[in-house]
Design a protein around this ligand. Structure first.
Ligand SMILES: [Zn+2]
Length: 331
């Protein structure tokens, strides 16, 4: 398959599981097109034209020709200079690596991470928070994140990949949309009664089981294990942590328990203030689950996946061995 096929598969899968729904995504792409068309010529050159067909600013082919063929990819959660060197080392020892796939974005996909955060307002809206409240709170937070990422050395890993001639891409929000939808369905079916039941339910999923064995699995950080969970919100997509002020609104809208990848102490304190339970499912493990759902699709199409950098690779394809990859302890 070509790099372009991997990219297009990921974007399509992301759109299929997007909390905004298909018609809203089409509206967003149309709005981007109108924005582009109305720009003066010299500004058109600077416009990111991928945004005309891909609503995820944090998912891009960053190095390499999109039409080059890929048989095997080194795939991980954070692919930095070390992992680029690892890819080169594998190549020189005779193991082909045609592409590096990072979950967390690099380069311009990292610099523009804030843009994907807008979808959080739609997630909250589905739970009963007025869209005007969501839009107002998320836009302030998006500006904060943009400022925070602006001074980073975005191109560092990509420069290493360019020097070594290894194509590099990242798949972020399409992957986070997978885990968000997967766990939302999972809890809707299992309906855990107490907060401790949320943790127990998570541990039945192979990725979280592996993470629990590595002491990086689900943990209750606010509320008591014996509290009733109430309505569960899975908060795992939309770039990065949202504004903490939304927690009061979510609590009023009837959310009892937030299940997330990571949570700052400020967010935790705010959740406690509004009597919400918080279960941190685990960061890298949740990223792994989301990515695994896309990797299964890519493996079906013939891609060989070499897991690295924290990826707990579990395949859900029939006949595939489970638990390959990082920290699986040979299970
Ligand atoms: Zn992540």
């Amino acid at each position: 398959m070509k790099i372009r096929d991997i990219y297009e598969t990921a974007v399509k899968m992301g759109m299929d599981k997007d909390p905004r729904g298909k018609s809203e995504l089409q509206r967003i792409l149309k709005r981007n097109r109108e924005k582009y068309d109305s720009l003066p010529e010299k500004e058109k050159e600077l416009f990111d034209r991928e945004s005309l067909k891909n609503p995820y600013s944090d998912t891009r082919i960053l190095v390499g020709d999109p039409d080059s063929e890929v048989r095997s990819a080194l795939v991980g959660i954070d692919m930095e200079v070390g992992e680029v060197l690892l890819a080169d080392r594998l190549r020189s020892s005779g193991r082909p690596v045609d592409l590096i796939i990072s979950h967390h974005p690099e380069g311009r996909a990292l610099a523009a991470l804030n843009e994907v955060m807008a979808l959080q307002a739609d997630l909250w809206h589905r739970l009963g928070v007025p869209i005007n409240v969501g839009d107002a709170l998320i836009s302030k937070r998006m500006a904060e994140i943009q400022r925070a990422f602006l001074p980073r050395n975005h191109e560092r890993a990509l420069d290493a990949a360019r020097l070594l001639g290894i194509p590099f891409m990242c798949i972020h929000t399409p992957s986070d949309n997978q885990v968000n939808a997967y766990l939302s369905d999972f809890f809707a079916r299992r309906r855990p009664r107490m907060v401790k039941d949320v943790v127990e339910a998570l541990r039945t999923i192979p990725e979280y089981r592996t993470a629990a064995l590595n002491r990086s699995g689900p943990a209750i950080i606010a509320g008591s294990p014996e509290n009733r969970a109430g309505r569960i919100m899975v908060d795992m997509t939309g770039g990065t942590e949202g504004p903490q002020q939304i927690l009061e609104r979510l609590s009023q809208a009837g959310v009892g328990t937030v299940v997330c990848m990571h949570y700052s102490d400020k967010h935790r304190d705010e959740a406690e203030k509004h009597q919400m339970n918080v279960v941190v499912a685990g960061h890298i493990v949740s990223d792994s689950l989301g990515l695994n759902l896309i990797l299964d699709e890519l493996e079906k199409k013939g891609l060989e996946v070499i897991p690295a950098s924290g990826l707990i690779r579990v395949s859900r394809l029939p006949g595939k061995k489970r638990g390959k990859g990082s920290g699986s302890g040979g299970s």
